[in-house]
Ligand binder design. Sequence first.
Ligand code: ATP
Length: 694
Amino acid sequence: MNTATNLSNTSNKIFQTVSLQTEEILAYTADIIVDGFPGRPTESSFNCSQSTNSTGFGNICIWPQGSRSFRSQDVNEEPNRGCQPRMRGFSSRRNFGSRDASENLSTENTPREGGFGSGRSFGNREERTEDAHSRSRGFSRRGGARGDFRGGRGGFGPSQYNENEQRERGPHVGLRRGMLGGPTGDQEHRGFGVRGTWKSGVMESGDNQGPKVTYMPPPPPDDEEAIFAHYQTGINFDKYDTILVKVSGLDPPPAILTFEEANLCQTLNKNIAKAGYSKLTPVQKYSIPIILAGRDLMACAQTGSGKTAAFLLPILAHMMNDGITASRFKEQQEPECIIVAPTRELINQIFLEARKFAYGTCIRPVVIYGGTQTVHSIRQIMQGCNILCATPGRLMDMINKEKVGLRKVKYLVLDEADRMLDMGFGPEMKKLVSYPSMPPKDKRQTLMFSATFPEEIQRLAGEFLKTEYLFVVVGQVGGACSDVQQSILQVDQYSKREKLIDILLSIGKERTMVFVETKKKADFIATFLCQEKIATTSIHGDREQREREEALRDFRSGKCPVLVATSVAARGLDIENVQHVVNFDLPSTIDEYVHRIGRTGRCGNIGKAISFFDLKTDSHLAEPLLKVLSDAQQEVPVWLEEIAFSAPGANFSIPRGSIFASVDTRKTYQGKDGMNAGGLNQSYATSSADESWD
Ligand SMILES: Nc1ncnc2c1ncn2[C@@H]1O[C@H](COP(=O)(O)OP(=O)(O)OP(=O)(O)O)[C@@H](O)[C@H]1O
């Protein structure tokens, strides 16, 4: 209660918030003294490198024992304190500076569920806000030493904090109340009105708008060995062949069984071999011929099953066949292919894949994303660009600056398409496809990939695709990868940290991603783990891009085998050897759960996912969790079953499609006379499948 009392002296408003959440706050924070969350000293400002080197804890730092609580005005003073792990445990200090606490409260008070317009509906739409983030970071710097608290950058006002925090909390639920669909498109105004940094649907680049982002990502290594570095497929790779594949839509071309059947050019075949690919995965067997045939495609396949190559290879093959010449230095580039993805790290990864497969050709892929210097993006583009890999905010910025022309776009790829079309990014995507110079859908090929595809999104996606698009489903739409052994443990908020430590100690040095619900908590938990001498780093949307990339490098290299992450790292990231995922907090939606646990068990390798289920907050997930577990042939705890069955409105007789669209929604929504029924529901099994579709 001391915490609450202190806070009440500061602000009644805050106090009210505290009163509601005191228990939770105490559970997380009362016995932790950390370095002024949400920020913590950067290495440069706090000389953390010493601590980093000596502890091997990456870029996580702990305040020394005896430091007082953090308040924003401390910013200028902290650099002299140094940075080292405390010697004692976590129990001694409960002294929270008011602002610090108010931020904690903002975090914990953010509702788990929120509808349209609640803020929740922005999900982790990190990209749209990239420059807004950057600007606020920049402003905070003015008040302190360069590179000081990142925590300052988001501002301390609870409302702003909440907004940032909510963005990171995974997919919103607002979508279900209708999103892109409005004919007037005024959702954009609704969606963006909350922030003053969005004009005409395009994020201001930062020019004349406060301090600019100066980060220039280092160029990736360009020696052949680095370009083609890959990890081994796992023991279950061949089991992919037993998964049922369903293709719906008119006249789908037959699947191919081998790379040779794709008739790719020699250079591409060489690159495929150097990448260590000898056998197609199911999504590749079906998607490659469909894309080669010039068809639009929506494809849904489990995490880690090779969706990236499934679209890159046929696009590259087309481009090679078309005899695309190297684009020359020009003020404005007109790429033939645009690929968009929701997070910076993911788009960078896709770019690296594109670079790998395009190696030795004159096709030039380029990547641009937020959190980096705009001029750097412009420079990259101007040097020539055939395939533009971009996050939405930066892409729209470059289009508006006339650095990217859309006239020649033949291929538009939405990776993590359900995320790209939901409330967070949907308006930008709609803007992109309705841009005057963007070829209409019948003049371009539009391709969408994800492991999850809620029905509402499928319907929205239809607007972007030609009517006769094909829909490929490998396994169950929204199904978890069966190579991930899933366990659900009942753990309440107060016991989570202790349980996490137990798990991590038993895991040893195996690479583990720990997902939490908020950016703030990511910092808390990462610091807590460092304090416990577990080398940990963190990634979330409040970290500077440089720090995010450094965190990923440290995690990939094994320097920090534990990565605490928000949903920003839930989708797409393909990191070798991630053996465990821990959902310290369960996400708010089942789809997000599927993506998170899919960071392990990739490409036929096996992995484990442990999730803490808190009865107070996670009961709404019991039913969909039960379905995901049973579909993936996982053990379902009896208690989970009981909760699921006792949940109000629980109804296990509902068809799966109402939660997991196991059918093409065109069938559901267009009725018998819509899409030719003869063209729908062709089911295929790649081999020996003895299961049937439900
Ligand atoms: N045919 C193949 N043979 C060997 N390795 C492959 C093959 N296809 C893909 N891979 C590798 O499998 C890993 C996972 O692929 P990828 O990242 O494309 O999966 P994904 O389906 O997009 O996953 P997510 O849903 O998480 O985004 C990558 O390391 C990729 O290089």
